[in-house]
Structure formats: C-alpha cells, structure tokens
Design a protein around this ligand. Structure first.
Ligand SMILES: Cc1cc2nc3c(=O)[nH]c(=O)nc-3n(C[C@H](O)[C@H](O)[C@H](O)COP(=O)(O)OP(=O)(O)OC[C@H]3O[C@@H](n4cnc5c(N)ncnc54)[C@H](O)[C@@H]3O)c2cc1C
Length: 411
C-alpha cells in the first residue's frame, strides 16, 4: 500500500492525548523508516483540555482555584511537531461506519460535517458527569460558564446540597463546607458557628465505595469537621430551578428540599452515542479486549483508551497503566503491516497485556485533610493534602497536553 495513512484519535483528554503523543513521539518515526507516511487526527468536541480533577474546588470559588487554571488549548500541545504530521479537529464524532472504516465529525462551526476515513482508530471519548461544571459537555466554554455560575451562587450561599457519595461528591461537599464554614478545632466534631447548611445526600448506605468501610467513616467524620451533614439511603428523584435561582429537589423519601446551591455528583454517562449498539455493553461502554485494549469486534486496528472502555473502573492509575500497553500494541500492529506491506499482517510474538488495578486505591481531599488508600495501605491525611488537596494537581496539565507525560519511550 502507498499514500498517507490516517491515525484517528477521538477524544483529546488524558487517554487520547497520551496515545496521540505516544504515536507521534515513538511510533511514527519507526513507520517513517519503513517508508510509511502517517497523519494523526485528534478530534475533540472541546477546543480546550479540561482538568476535571480540580473541579470540586473550582466550582466553589475562583479565589480557591480559578476555572481558567483548569483549561488548556489542545492545539498548543502539538506545536512542537512538524505540522504536516497532525491536525487537531474541533468537532464531535457523530457516527461511525465500521465497515467503511470512516467516522463522521460535526465540526464546531455547527454547519460542516467531515467524513474521516481511518487506517487506525483510537476511541477515547470518556464519560460525562450530570453537571457540566465537573466534566466537559461539548466545548469548554459550557463548563467554564457552569463553574462561574456556581461561584456566584456560592458567594452568598446559606444552603448547599451535594448529591452523590463517590469521590466527586465527597470532595465537592468538603470544599463547600470548608469554604463556607471553616474547620472545627481539634476537639470538636463540627464547626461551632457554621454559616451555611451543607448536606451531602447519598442513596447508598456508605460513602466512597472504593475505600474500606472504616475509611469511609473517616470520610464522614472529616466532612462533619467542615460542617457537612451526611444523609444516607436517600436519592434525588428530580430537581427544578426556581425563579429566584434556588433549586428544589424531590427526594426518594418523599421530602422536598430547597437550597441556594445544588450539585448533582452521582452517575456518569459514557460519551459513546456515535458508537454502534453492538459494540457497546449494556451501560454504553465500548466492549474492549481487557488485556490487549483492542476493540476486537470493530475490525483491525481499532483501539480503546481510558474511561470509555469497559475494561477497567477508570481513574488515572488505570489510565497511566493502559497508555503504554496500548501504544505498544498499536506499534506492533502498524509495524507488522508496514513490514509485510499488507494491512492484515499479524505481529510476531505476544501482545503486551493490560491488568486492571482494582485495589483499594483512591485519594480524597476533604477540606484541609483527606482520606484514602494506596493498594490497600492507608494514605496519610497530610500526604493526601500534599499530593492532591494542595492544588488538585493542576501542575500535571501542561505535561498531559504537550505529551511530556509520555516523553520516555515505553513501547
Ligand atoms: C470531577 C472528576 C474528578 C476526578 N478526579 C480524579 C482523581 O482525583 N483521580 C483519578 O484517578 N481520577 C479522577 N477522575 C477520573 C479521571 O478524570 C478520568 O479517569 C480521566 O479523565 C479519563 O480520561 P479519558 O481521556 O478517558 O476521558 P475524559 O477525561 O472523560 O475525556 C473525554 C474527552 O473526549 C471528548 N469527547 C467526548 N465525546 C466526544 C465525541 N463524540 N467526539 C469528540 N470528542 C468527544 C471530551 O470533550 C473530552 O475531552 C475524575 C473525574 C471527574 C469527572
């Protein structure tokens, strides 16, 4: 075969960027030596990368963590490469013709559609949270506006409801409580003079399901310390925004509560609407070979990276484990096809295999403290603050976007 081969990456967040940079740094040069010309397309609905990890603090106040610090233009991350090697497309994958090996992109101008044929395809479109303030919902401007809207409400809030007992809900409630109520002294379990009623509601009978029960109870104790009440076994059925900007929520126990600020932080939706139904599991995640990270049912050279796949429970520890595995298997497939000059060539030797990390690993800042575990071992509160709670790791943004994260060849 001759001509230019399209290497298409859908999704320009941690997973998609990790693979796109791995390809440009460590795979494309090898293919070039074999006389093959590749072009990388990075497609994202947002022109800017979003560091959602920082959103639990950012939604509360710009004085704590301004929204602007969480975004970075995706295109800026690729400026160091020869511009003939890549194109960053601001648009949304709307459909995927598996047999024709083409994805259809609705460009961000809202009018134009681009059909993009691929030789190799990486699916990395992740998932979204119910609130646009904590994950991208289209372009980054929607998220920025949602965060700024919450910042305005928090400035005078006397009542806050956060719904969801996972890490996003707990961190957000902790930030809200600490901002509005401060922190109780060493010998008190609750601030003596809280300014606002902050409530975390969860329909589960415990917080933080990844962590052990004792650590989950520590989480509740730390929330109380910053003036947050936790209500278990109650879910939010529906919510309406009132004329005065407050939110009224209807709860599963039949009660109706109204608050100045309401943040839904439970349930995630995979961004897989463009994926044919037979390639997804019942929850909408893409069926992935859990060890090679190929989408076997989608034809050759189709790969799945990050939270959109059904191969792990997500999070950075799984993402950073998956990127080198996937990059290695992509390299093997493409070098074999190039060497034998046939797209159906199979690489020799074994694939590199991924193992999902399902250990008790999670770090959850709660106001000035935190609770967590690393492979089942306790994560001391001060370390959680130092490594994460101090600035929600915003220092990782440039390295993620410009590819320094995958500078070392690990393929
Ligand atoms: C609020 C929050 C806090 C978190 N905190 C932590 C933490 O502290 N530690 C941790 O380990 N993990 C954390 N996570 C999880 C972590 O952020 C994810 O595991 C990681 O972002 C997954 O990266 P991804 O690239 O797979 O997907 P995502 O980050 O979800 O990105 C998907 C990308 O695809 C784009 N996209 C979506 N649909 C389309 C489409 N149809 N066409 C084109 N582009 C599309 C989106 O715009 C987005 O840029 C957190 C997640 C959230 C939501």
């Amino acid at each position: 075969m001759s001509g230019t081969y399209n290497f298409v990456v859908l999704g320009g967040s941690g997973a998609g960027l990790g693979i796109a940079h791995s390809f440009l740094k460590h795979i494309e040069p090898e293919l070039k030596k074999l006389g093959k010309t590749y072009h990388v397309y990075i497609v994202d609905s947002s022109s800017h990368f979003f560091w959602n990890t920082g959103s639990p603090r950012s939604v509360v106040s710009a004085a704590l963590l301004p929204a602007d610090k969480l975004f970075m233009p995706i295109a800026d991350g690729f400026k160091s490469y020869d511009s003939s090697l890549y194109t960053v497309i601001h648009g949304t994958a709307e459909s995927w013709d598996v047999r024709a090996r083409t994805v259809t992109i609705k460009l961000a101008d809202g009018e134009n559609i681009q059909a993009l044929p691929y030789y190799a395809l990486v699916l990395a479109t992740g998932l979204r949270t119910p609130s646009p303030a904590t994950s991208l919902h289209g372009n980054y401007t929607n998220t920025k506006t949602a965060i700024e809207d919450l910042n305005r409400k928090f400035a005078s809030a006397k009542s806050v409801i956060v719904c969801g007992g996972g890490p996003t809900g707990v961190e957000t409630a902790g930030e809200a409580g600490h901002f509005l109520n401060g922190s109780a002294g060493w010998f008190s379990s609750f601030p003596s003079n809280p300014k606002a009623k902050v409530t975390l509601i969860t329909k589960a009978d415990r917080l933080l399901p990844v962590l052990s029960k004792p650590r989950a109870l520590t989480g509740e104790m730390l929330l109380n310390k910053v003036g947050v009440d936790v209500v278990y076994n109650v879910g939010v059925i529906s919510s309406t925004t009132d004329a005065d900007g407050k939110t009224t929520v209807n709860l599963s126990n039949g009660e109706q509560w109204t608050a100045d600020v309401y943040i839904p932080a439970w349930g995630t939706t995979p961004n897989s609407e463009y994926v044919p139904v037979d390639l997804k599991n019942d929850q909408g995640y893409i069926k992935t070979n859990g060890t090679t990270l190929r989408a076997d049912a989608a034809g050759p050279r189709v790969y799945v990276a990050g939270d959109i796949g059904d191969y792990s429970r997500g999070g950075f520890h799984n993402l950073y484990g998956a990127i080198p595995v996937l990059a290695t298997n992509i390299k093997r497939d493409l070098l074999a096809a190039a060497a034998f000059d046939t797209p159906d060539a199979k690489p020799e030797g074994p694939d590199r295999l991924f193992t999902s990390n399902n250990s008790e690993t999670q770090a959850v800042p709660i106001g000035p403290r935190g609770v967590g575990a690393l492979n089942g071992w306790p994560f001391p509160s001060f370390l959680i603050w130092l490594l994460k709670g101090r600035d929600y790791m915003v220092g990782n943004i440039p390295a993620t976007v410009n590819g320094k994260m995958v500078m070392k060849d690990n393929t």
